[in-house]
Design a protein. Structure first.
Length: 129
């Protein structure tokens, strides 16, 4: 498993790519692998305010349904409409396919997220458990 080093990660297996005050959010390769074939993505509402750790979306696979949590607080300003018709994009290109983009209200919350190395160590521990 290789997690891109330009991203930050949550313990719940979301990634976040920051550009200024905007941040794209998706699920990690580990998450999509654990879920299996993704068949549906609940697209959040543009304009919705979400707090860090709050459920912002849901992804459903042939195995399970799993929430996608907001890694930081802010307003959803863009969604990936392509996931409506092609949810499998999350399986095919997990680090290139975002679910939503946020305008961060508390950029300092990024300090609480994991680096690539920390995330890979977390996944390694989970695999051993």
């Amino acid at each position: 498993m290789s997690s891109p080093s330009d991203l930050r990660y949550t313990k719940e297996h979301e990634w976040i790519r920051v550009e200024g005050r905007r941040a794209a959010v998706g699920i990690t390769d580990h998450a999509q692998e654990s879920l299996g074939d993704i068949v549906y993505v609940e697209i959040p509402t543009v304009g919705a305010e979400v707090a860090r750790g709050e459920e912002a979306s849901t992804v459903e696979s042939v195995k399970a349904s799993s929430p996608i949590f907001a890694p930081v607080s802010g307003k959803i300003v863009e969604v990936n409409a392509a996931l409506d018709k092609n949810p499998e994009l999350l399986n095919q290109k997990p680090y290139e396919t975002f679910v939503f983009v946020m305008e961060m209200s508390e950029p300092s919350e990024l300090d609480d997220l994991l680096s690539s190395a920390q995330y890979e160590a977390l996944v390694g521990k989970e695999a051993q458990a």
